[in-house]
Write a protein that binds this ligand. Structure first.
Ligand code: DGL
Length: 250
């Protein structure tokens, strides 16, 4: 594998941009190819088999692009497909996001916690093992069916309405919020407007550090100037625009 090889990163849509923006803070010299699978969005309600097949197709595309590492910037895809992908492609390092529930255990164990994620993630075996291991017994789980789609569409009024209906009951009850879907950091402000001063937990900064360690260890860190390519499975120009807009805002 080549130092200047691309890092492949994907999500069911543009949500994974919240992972990429943390990565480029500490790895600005890498070449990235971001794949947004908007054609098959949302992943949250799909079966394990469907998600595994979709992820496999994207991974094959990244292999053709000679990617040196693949990032799964989607909690739902990680929870359902990473095990299989690692078995099928042992030659490729996979780095996968997961809800930052261990961080709650490490930094704010005694506080009531709300985990927000897709139904797929909340129901998955992988997440349930994590929960069992770090359970603080003050945790509420919320399957946010339809929330990632609304964020993908970018309609602020719809998002606010959804949050009001679904998370108002946790106001005053929780102090920690785990953003267990990569789309959710994009609406942190709106969540805060309803829940007030809560502490957010997002797995992306730790994923970025872990990726850097892997690249160092494998002597794959790129020295040159990095660039970012964007692809969308429907070729949607407006997704590309929004994606780069969010990256620029940082
Ligand atoms: N952004 C994704 C996640 O982290 C999935 C959203 C969806 O397609 O349902 O789970």
């Amino acid at each position: 594998m080549n130092k200047s090889g691309k890092i492949g990163i994907f999500d069911s849509g543009i949500g994974g941009v919240t992972v990429l923006r943390e990565i480029i803070k500490i790895l600005p010299n890498e070449n990235y190819i971001y794949y947004s699978d908007s054609k098959n969005n949302p992943y949250g309600d799909k079966t394990d088999e469907e998600i595994q097949q979709l992820c496999d197709n994207i991974v094959q595309h990244f292999i053709k692009e000679k990617c040196k590492v693949i990032i799964i910037a989607c909690n739902t895809a990680s929870s359902k497909a990473v095990k299989l992908l690692r078995e099928k492609y042992p030659q490729i390092p996979f780095v996968a996001i997961e809800p930052a529930y261990k961080m709650v255990h490490d930094y704010a164990y005694d506080k009531p916690t709300l985990v927000m994620a897709t139904k797929g993630t909340i129901d998955s075996e992988k997440f349930n093992l994590l929960l069992k291991k770090y359970d603080n017994h003050k945790t509420y789980l919320l399957s946010c069916i339809g929330l990632a789609d609304r964020i993908e569409q970018g309609n602020k009024e719809e998002i606010k309405k959804y949050l009001k209906e679904h998370i108002s009951i946790y106001q005053g009850k929780v102090q920690n919020v785990v953003l267990g879907c990569t789309h959710y950091p994009l609406i942190q402000k709106e969540i805060q407007e309803i829940l007030g001063q809560v502490q957010f937990f997002n797995g992306a900064p730790n994923l970025a550090k872990h990726l850097k360690d892997i690249l160092k260890e494998k002597k794959l860190l790129n020295q040159g100037e990095g660039k970012i390519e964007f692809e969308d499975s429907q070729g949607l120009e407006q997704k590309k625009k929004r994606f780069f807009q969010i990256l620029k805002e940082e």
